[in-house]
Design a binder for this molecule. Structure first.
Ligand SMILES: [Zn+2]
Length: 226
């Protein structure tokens, strides 16, 4: 195989495999949904590469399962903690991160005790997720966004207003991203290194795909090749 595209089954999960040979030092593998992208140095043999890919794929699939469990379990504990702050605590039985709601950050069903959260919240600071949970739970008592509603939300989550501003910024950037000139994207994604020399020179664009991809939070493994 080694080059091109094929499928691979690991732990019962069918993955689409994309392998590219590059001038890289290590074999790098990144799992994004069901797609495993691998880059490998030219000198690694096909057999060696195939064995390594299976090993990396297994690790990444297991890690992404563990991450999903941890983050839903962690979010559930957090949601229950927030619920307990209400004068009349709503019941939280489950937290689900969903990818099928794009227009809202969360929802809550008092009938089932299920809190649904936009999966994008997992990558954000925990206090943002906390504020969204507080907001949704508060709708048990007020269906509207009246001053009384906001008073209740703020009483259980002090960072409510900050989180609202944060999410407004996220929404704005997500909508504007495709229209931003490249130079402004670099400015927004600038690294600390670039901040160190507050210079007059324009900053360099990201060097390669790997560097850019690191920030998206998808599981990634790099194996050194000696
Ligand atoms: Zn609302």
């Amino acid at each position: 195989m080694a080059n091109g595209l094929r499928t691979l089954e690991v732990d019962g999960v069918a993955l689409e495999l994309k392998v590219v040979r590059k001038r890289v030092k290590n074999i790098n593998a990144r799992l994004h949904g069901k797609t495993l992208s691998v880059s490998a140095p030219h000198r690694v043999s096909v057999r060696e590469l195939d064995e390594t890919i299976v090993e990396l794929a297994r690790k990444l699939v297991r890690r992404s399962r563990a991450d999903a469990l941890n983050s839903e379990g962690g979010a559930e504990a957090l949601a229950q903690k927030i619920a307990a702050r209400f004068p009349d605590p709503p019941e939280v039985n489950e937290v689900r991160f969903v990818t099928n709601q794009t227009s809202q950050w969360g929802s809550y069903s008092p009938q089932t005790g299920v809190v649904r959260l936009n999966a994008a919240l997992r990558q954000m600071p925990p206090w943002v997720l906390e504020a969204v949970v507080a907001h949704e739970l508060a709708h048990t008592f007020y269906l509207d966004h009246s001053p009384e509603f906001w008073e209740l939300v703020r009483s259980v989550c002090s960072k409510t207003d900050r989180a609202r501003a944060f999410l407004e910024g996220v929404t704005w950037l997500a909508g504007a991203w495709d229209h931003l000139p490249p130079v402004e994207r670099w400015q927004l994604t600038g690294t600390n290194e670039a901040n160190d020399h507050k210079d007059t020179e324009p900053r360099k664009a990201p060097q390669n795909e790997t560097q850019r991809d690191r920030s998206d939070g998808s599981p990634q493994i790099s194996l050194p090749f000696l």
